[in-house]
Write a protein that binds this ligand. Sequence first.
Ligand code: 5RP
Length: 268
Amino acid sequence: MCARISNLRNTCGLFIHKTPGIKLRKFQNNTAAMSTIEDAKKLAAYQAVDDHVKNDYIIGIGSGSTVVYAVERLAQKVQKEKLSVLCVPTSFQARQLVVKHRLPLTDLDVSPKLDVCIDGADEVDSRLTLIKGGGGCLLQEKIVASCANKLIIIADYTKNSNKLGEQYKKGIPIEVIPMAYTPIQSHLESIYKGQFALRMAVNKAGPVVTDNGNFILDWKEFDQNLDWAKVNQGIMMIPGVVETGLFVKMVERAYFGMPDGSVKVQDA
Ligand code: 5RP
C-alpha cells in the first residue's frame, strides 16, 4: 500500500494523517468508530483548509456538500487567526455559504488571480482527473479553478477511483445551450458509446437549468479507457457545448476522508 500513518509523503505521492480538531465517535470499548460519509467529508475539508489557507489569500470556494465543511473551517480559521481573506464563489450555493459565514466576497472582475481553489468532486481517478458537475456547477467551478494557483480537491473515500466511471454512475455532465441540446445529443451519440441524458429537475417540471441558464446532458455508460484530455477537447468543439465536467490536469492535490478517520492525500 502506498500509504502510511504520518504526515510524510511516501514514494507514491500518498500519505495519510489524522486531522487535529476532529474527534471521531467512540464505541463503548473506547475504539474509534468507523467514520460516516459525512465524517469523511469533514475530515478532508478541514485538513485541506488547514493546509492551504494563509493570510491575504484569495480563495475559490467550490460547490457541493463537502465544501460546506470547508467554508465552516475557513470561517473558524479566519476568526481564530484573524486572517484577511477574500472568497470567489463558484455557484449560487457557494455564494450563500460565504455570506452565511460572513466571509468577504469578491469576484473575478476584481480578483482574477486566486491563490487557491478548494472544491469537491464526484469522482477522482488515479491521475487526479475529475468528474465534476453532479451539482450542476461545473462551468463556474472550472472557470474559477483555472484562475487559481492550485486546485485542491476534498472528498470522501467513495470518490476515490482508479478509473472514471468505476464508482460514479450518474455520468459525466456536459453543460449545453438549451436550443442546441438535441443536435448536441445526436452529435455525441454518433461519436461516443453510451447514453447522453438530459438532466431533469426533481421538484420542478422539465430540465435542470444551471446557474448560467443552460441545460446539462449526463453522459452515462461511457468507455472507462478513453483519453480524457482528447475527449474533453473533442466535446468542446461541438457548437453549443459550453463546458464539460471533465477536469484534466487541473488538480494539485486531493484529500480523501477515509472510513478509519484518517485522511488520504494524493498529489498530481
Ligand atoms: C458540483 C460539484 C461538486 O463538487 C460535486 O458534485 C461533489 O459534491 P459533494 O461534495 O456534494 O459530493 O462538482 O457541481
